[in-house]
Design a protein. Sequence first.
Length: 599
Amino acid sequence: MSIDPGKIQSIIATDCGSTTTKAILIEKVGDEYRLIVRGEAPTTVEAPFEDVTRGVLNAVAEVEDLTGRTFLRDERILSPKDGDEGVDLYVSTSSAGGGLQMMVAGVVKEMTAESAQRAALGAGAIVMDVIASNDRRQPHERIQRVRSLRPDMILLSGGIDGGTTTHVAELAELVAAADPRPRLGIGYELPVIYAGNVDAREIVKERLEDKTSLVITENLRPVLERENLQPARLKIQEQFLEHVMKQAPGYGKLLEWTPVPVMPTPAAVGSIMQLIAREEKIDVVGVDIGGATTDVFSVFGEVFNRTVSANLGMSYSISNVLAEATVPNILRWVPFEVDEADLRNRVKNKMIRPTTIPQTLEDLMIEQAMAREALRLAFEQHKLLAVGLKGVQQERTISDTFEQTESGGTLVDMMALDILVGSGGVLSHAPRRVQAAFMIIDGFRPEGITQLAVDSIFMMPQLGVLAQVHPDAALEVFHKDCLIRLGACIAPRGTAKDGAHCLDIKIEKGDGSVEERSMNFGEMAVVPLAVGEKAKATISPSRRFDVGLGHGKEVHTEIGGGVVGVIIDCRGRPLVLPEDREERVRRLTEWNKALDVYP
């Protein structure tokens, strides 16, 4: 079915999540596309239903109830439209059944194996393990690892074109010896994608063609100085649809209902992020903090990266957050005395009752402290993977685009970042929007001038898959109904003694009113500026601080408002909280009061 975007007036988009299936109805209202209504239902991929389409039908039935219209006929979504019934287009994403779980293999861990990991993560996969010739494991240990993990797919890479083929042959032999069984379905062969040295293709075919469903694509790293990830990413998504999804209960039916390939949920979020960055020529960082995992996405200078912190979440994985962050790091964000045993009990309760929500203000503060640390740890992991190419002197194009920072050449430059978008229950459903803004600031530590936003109801996956066929509709709904703009964050880089002068700021609003503030180091403040409102800002930092143009350099810029306003954060970067407990509690209480975070 060919799709003419000009003829599409109505769209139903679903996202089959691991626990909930969400359906949204988008329609053309006048000259623009808008979100009309949203429905949801439990995902039905497991027993007793074992048919993902039941959850989809139930979610769409709720959309029918809310609109009083008909979208279903004969146990399926009616598309294309028939008179007044049905919709012009149906699209879907999915992470039901645990999403796409992959293993990647490469010759050198820090080079081709890392490129393979970036390719898999960008395609929406959870990378279960990275196998490399130099990973210091014995061959039998690697074989056992492949057998025990049972991935959905393996991405095999290694070597530049024309280089040695020995190590690639060894990796292929290792996969063949493991003879891996897929996680879903017993009657089909495991997909293996080879994206390595072209000279080793025949060797790989010889070793793997009879034992696996082998697909060969372009080399991820044809030369040391360049990555070529897109062909491998497209093959991963193709194989995911062809092999993995069709084995999951009910997916065969779902694939028949939509003319657009069903995308893995994280790949769809990455798609909308890249579209925004490209259309608006901006650098973007986004996060989805869920119950089990935290995904971080970034686009800097058109280079897209995604990481999955598979053990950092706010319910199923909350004990891992406590273990990785450590008790002192959690408690440094809590402005009252908490016994360590009490904290551990609260965390364990949340893990075994994942759907519970905070009942008291103390519960809320502790949960939001946990979220800060989960975001911080996930972002640290992201920065480690979003790096320039290792093992080479980088090409001029890359070194011109990115200022290599002290953290090992990461492409993430917080001073260049334009917008930070948060999503996931703990951010989207925070009782006050300022709480979401504060968690994002403390987790990501933005520098200079950065716009903050949250996804209102987490519809980025549906918009990401819609963007494949109708980017204009996806962008319109994203800006008008999906994003809730929190406001701008102004955070100077640098440190000083407490109380030392940090910056002067003058904000001239559209109505002619002027706000002026003189801020000292360690202070925070909010200047009201409404959604859609623009203001001229003159920021004069003292000689120790930098807001984008260098230490002590005055910045003249236009800033946008939001539901919170303009947050001025003079706590310094890097952000260091006082060691003394009483002083820290005093400071936390001060900041919460300045931003009106809690009642």
